[in-house]
Ligand binder design. Sequence first.
Ligand SMILES: [Fe+2]
Ligand SMILES: [Fe+2]
Length: 203
Amino acid sequence: MNWEETTRQKMLHLKLPTDPRWVDIAQMQIEDILVDHAYCEQKAASSCISLIVRFNDLEYLVDTLTPIVAEEWGHFERVMEQLKKRGMKFGRQRKDEYVTRLTDFVKKGGSRMDQLTEHLLLNALIEARSCERFKLLSKNIQDEDLQKFYYELMISEAGHYVTFIEMARMYQDPEKVNKRWQEWLTFEAEVLKSMELRGDRMH
Ligand SMILES: [Fe+2]
Ligand SMILES: [Fe+2]
Protein backbone atom coordinates (compact mmCIF):
# COMPACT_ATOMS: atom_id res chain seq x y z
CA MET A 1 0.00 0.00 0.00
CA ASN A 2 1.45 3.37 -0.88
CA TRP A 3 1.61 6.33 1.43
CA GLU A 4 -1.37 8.12 -0.13
CA GLU A 5 -3.66 5.16 0.45
CA THR A 6 -2.69 4.55 4.04
CA THR A 7 -2.94 8.20 4.91
CA ARG A 8 -6.23 8.66 3.15
CA GLN A 9 -7.67 5.91 5.29
CA LYS A 10 -6.33 7.47 8.43
CA MET A 11 -7.47 10.94 7.44
CA LEU A 12 -10.98 9.72 6.87
CA HIS A 13 -11.38 10.10 10.60
CA LEU A 14 -12.08 13.80 10.17
CA LYS A 15 -15.82 14.29 9.98
CA LEU A 16 -15.87 17.44 7.89
CA PRO A 17 -13.64 18.22 4.92
CA THR A 18 -12.21 21.72 4.62
CA ASP A 19 -14.19 24.03 2.37
CA PRO A 20 -12.37 23.85 -1.00
CA ARG A 21 -12.53 27.66 -1.29
CA TRP A 22 -10.08 27.89 1.59
CA VAL A 23 -6.98 27.29 -0.59
CA ASP A 24 -8.02 29.99 -3.03
CA ILE A 25 -8.33 32.63 -0.38
CA ALA A 26 -5.32 31.34 1.57
CA GLN A 27 -2.95 31.68 -1.35
CA MET A 28 -3.91 35.31 -1.73
CA GLN A 29 -2.80 35.89 1.87
CA ILE A 30 0.25 33.70 1.94
CA GLU A 31 2.22 35.95 4.29
CA ASP A 32 -0.53 35.65 6.91
CA ILE A 33 -0.76 31.90 6.32
CA LEU A 34 2.98 31.44 6.76
CA VAL A 35 3.06 33.54 9.93
CA ASP A 36 0.10 31.63 11.35
CA HIS A 37 1.72 28.38 10.29
CA ALA A 38 4.98 29.28 12.05
CA TYR A 39 3.05 29.68 15.30
CA CYS A 40 1.29 26.36 14.72
CA GLU A 41 4.70 24.70 14.59
CA GLN A 42 5.81 26.59 17.70
CA LYS A 43 2.67 25.43 19.53
CA ALA A 44 3.21 21.85 18.38
CA ALA A 45 6.75 21.89 19.77
CA SER A 46 5.64 23.63 22.99
CA SER A 47 2.82 21.17 23.64
CA CYS A 48 5.19 18.21 23.29
CA ILE A 49 7.63 19.87 25.69
CA SER A 50 4.80 20.36 28.20
CA LEU A 51 3.83 16.69 27.94
CA ILE A 52 7.45 15.63 28.50
CA VAL A 53 7.69 17.79 31.61
CA ARG A 54 4.31 16.72 32.99
CA PHE A 55 4.71 13.00 32.27
CA ASN A 56 8.45 12.71 32.86
CA ASP A 57 7.97 9.27 34.47
CA LEU A 58 6.57 7.74 31.26
CA GLU A 59 9.73 6.61 29.52
CA TYR A 60 8.18 5.68 26.19
CA LEU A 61 6.36 9.02 26.01
CA VAL A 62 9.53 10.99 26.77
CA ASP A 63 11.58 8.98 24.26
CA THR A 64 8.94 9.35 21.55
CA LEU A 65 8.11 13.01 22.02
CA THR A 66 11.69 14.26 22.37
CA PRO A 67 12.52 13.81 18.66
CA ILE A 68 9.09 15.19 17.71
CA VAL A 69 9.94 18.45 19.51
CA ALA A 70 13.03 18.67 17.29
CA GLU A 71 10.97 17.93 14.17
CA GLU A 72 8.37 20.56 14.99
CA TRP A 73 11.07 23.09 15.66
CA GLY A 74 12.67 22.10 12.35
CA HIS A 75 9.31 22.84 10.71
CA PHE A 76 9.27 26.22 12.43
CA GLU A 77 12.70 26.99 10.99
CA ARG A 78 11.56 25.93 7.53
CA VAL A 79 8.49 28.16 7.67
CA MET A 80 10.74 31.05 8.70
CA GLU A 81 12.94 30.36 5.65
CA GLN A 82 9.87 30.47 3.42
CA LEU A 83 8.97 33.87 4.87
CA LYS A 84 12.52 35.20 4.50
CA LYS A 85 13.02 34.16 0.92
CA ARG A 86 9.82 35.92 -0.04
CA GLY A 87 10.85 39.07 1.79
CA MET A 88 7.94 38.60 4.19
CA LYS A 89 7.99 39.46 7.86
CA PHE A 90 7.38 37.29 10.88
CA GLY A 91 4.55 39.05 12.67
CA ARG A 92 2.87 38.72 16.01
CA GLN A 93 0.87 35.71 17.03
CA ARG A 94 -2.83 36.11 16.23
CA LYS A 95 -5.72 34.76 18.19
CA ASP A 96 -6.08 31.06 17.39
CA GLU A 97 -9.80 30.45 17.79
CA TYR A 98 -9.60 26.89 16.51
CA VAL A 99 -7.02 25.74 19.05
CA THR A 100 -8.64 27.74 21.86
CA ARG A 101 -12.00 26.11 21.29
CA LEU A 102 -10.54 22.64 21.03
CA THR A 103 -8.50 23.18 24.19
CA ASP A 104 -11.70 24.14 26.04
CA PHE A 105 -13.07 20.69 25.15
CA VAL A 106 -10.34 18.98 27.23
CA LYS A 107 -12.19 17.20 30.04
CA LYS A 108 -11.02 18.37 33.44
CA GLY A 109 -10.36 15.94 36.26
CA GLY A 110 -10.26 12.16 36.09
CA SER A 111 -7.08 10.19 36.54
CA ARG A 112 -3.67 11.29 35.41
CA MET A 113 -3.94 8.87 32.48
CA ASP A 114 -7.34 10.34 31.59
CA GLN A 115 -5.66 13.72 31.36
CA LEU A 116 -2.93 12.26 29.20
CA THR A 117 -5.55 10.76 26.87
CA GLU A 118 -7.24 14.15 26.50
CA HIS A 119 -4.02 15.90 25.58
CA LEU A 120 -2.84 13.21 23.19
CA LEU A 121 -6.20 13.26 21.39
CA LEU A 122 -6.16 17.05 21.23
CA ASN A 123 -2.71 16.92 19.64
CA ALA A 124 -3.74 14.10 17.28
CA LEU A 125 -6.72 16.09 16.08
CA ILE A 126 -4.74 19.24 15.37
CA GLU A 127 -2.18 17.13 13.48
CA ALA A 128 -4.95 15.47 11.46
CA ARG A 129 -6.54 18.77 10.46
CA SER A 130 -3.16 20.35 9.71
CA CYS A 131 -2.30 17.35 7.59
CA GLU A 132 -5.55 17.74 5.66
CA ARG A 133 -4.89 21.43 5.08
CA PHE A 134 -1.26 20.85 4.04
CA LYS A 135 -2.51 18.31 1.56
CA LEU A 136 -4.92 20.83 0.08
CA LEU A 137 -2.12 23.37 -0.18
CA SER A 138 0.29 20.86 -1.73
CA LYS A 139 -2.25 19.93 -4.37
CA ASN A 140 -3.83 23.25 -5.17
CA ILE A 141 -1.51 26.13 -4.44
CA GLN A 142 0.04 27.74 -7.51
CA ASP A 143 3.49 28.33 -5.99
CA GLU A 144 5.45 25.16 -6.88
CA ASP A 145 7.99 25.63 -4.15
CA LEU A 146 5.20 25.74 -1.57
CA GLN A 147 3.50 22.70 -3.15
CA LYS A 148 6.63 20.68 -2.42
CA PHE A 149 7.08 22.23 1.01
CA TYR A 150 3.54 21.39 2.09
CA TYR A 151 3.74 17.89 0.65
CA GLU A 152 6.77 17.16 2.84
CA LEU A 153 5.19 18.63 5.94
CA MET A 154 1.97 16.72 5.32
CA ILE A 155 3.88 13.43 5.48
CA SER A 156 5.59 14.44 8.70
CA GLU A 157 2.37 15.58 10.41
CA ALA A 158 0.58 12.40 9.32
CA GLY A 159 3.27 10.46 11.16
CA HIS A 160 2.77 12.57 14.28
CA TYR A 161 -0.96 12.05 14.11
CA VAL A 162 -0.54 8.27 14.11
CA THR A 163 2.02 8.47 16.92
CA PHE A 164 -0.34 10.46 19.19
CA ILE A 165 -3.32 8.18 18.61
CA GLU A 166 -1.29 5.04 19.12
CA MET A 167 0.30 6.42 22.26
CA ALA A 168 -3.13 7.27 23.67
CA ARG A 169 -4.20 3.66 23.11
CA MET A 170 -1.04 2.43 24.77
CA TYR A 171 -1.50 4.32 28.04
CA GLN A 172 -5.25 3.89 28.34
CA ASP A 173 -7.91 1.27 27.60
CA PRO A 174 -8.11 1.46 23.78
CA GLU A 175 -11.90 1.11 23.81
CA LYS A 176 -12.16 4.13 26.05
CA VAL A 177 -9.77 6.04 23.80
CA ASN A 178 -11.72 5.14 20.66
CA LYS A 179 -14.98 6.26 22.22
CA ARG A 180 -13.53 9.55 23.32
CA TRP A 181 -11.83 10.03 19.94
CA GLN A 182 -15.24 9.91 18.26
CA GLU A 183 -16.46 12.66 20.61
CA TRP A 184 -13.41 14.74 19.75
CA LEU A 185 -13.98 14.26 16.03
CA THR A 186 -17.62 15.25 16.29
CA PHE A 187 -16.75 18.32 18.32
CA GLU A 188 -14.01 19.37 15.91
CA ALA A 189 -16.42 19.18 12.98
CA GLU A 190 -18.86 21.42 14.87
CA VAL A 191 -16.14 23.93 15.66
CA LEU A 192 -15.02 24.05 12.05
CA LYS A 193 -18.58 24.42 10.80
CA SER A 194 -19.24 27.34 13.11
CA MET A 195 -16.05 29.21 12.24
CA GLU A 196 -15.85 31.87 9.61
CA LEU A 197 -13.85 30.77 6.54
CA ARG A 198 -10.78 32.92 6.44
CA GLY A 199 -7.67 32.87 4.32
CA ASP A 200 -5.27 34.25 6.90
CA ARG A 201 -5.34 31.23 9.18
CA MET A 202 -4.09 27.71 8.81
CA HIS A 203 -7.20 26.51 10.67
FE1 LIG B 1 4.93 20.31 12.30
FE1 LIG C 1 3.29 17.66 13.95
